[in-house]
Design a protein. Sequence first.
Length: 186
Amino acid sequence: MNILGVGAAELIAVLLIMLVFAGPKRMIHWSYVLGQHVAKFRKIWSETVDLVQKEFDEAGVDIKLPKEPPTRKSLNRTVSDAVKPMTQPMQDSLDEVKKDLDTVKEVSDSLNNKKLPAGPKAKKTPATPAKAVKIPKPAAANAQASKAKPTHVPKLGTWSGAPLSNGSGSTVDLGAWSKAARGEGD
């Protein structure tokens, strides 16, 4: 239920708040007055539409105005009818794609659910994809890979210019990033 963009819970909350502040007697009076104003609005709308429609008919304009005041539903319907010629080709294409996807799904389902031959010992098992088998590397290749050490150590440099230790007790000179460590004075 949606009245003027207000849902059922919001409408009940508004009515309860109005009942607390106005009381039951004033609520009835306000409802009566609101009904009178709505009736006047509809009468004015009808008279205006009749007058404008008469002018359109005399001018030869082919437009039909609504007799009832517009609502959100009627406005949405009018807009969708006006836009339909522009969106119809796209909707047709989407429908064709959906049909193609449904066909592909049916074919894949039928391939996945192939019937096994019927017989007394036949079991029904679901089709499962083949699992990838890991092929182990030969032991000789693993041994060679663990013994191989890089022969070239890049010269990356340090901030301080101090040589680095490579872990085996010897130092590796990687160069320096500061001018003082390179011997370039200010």
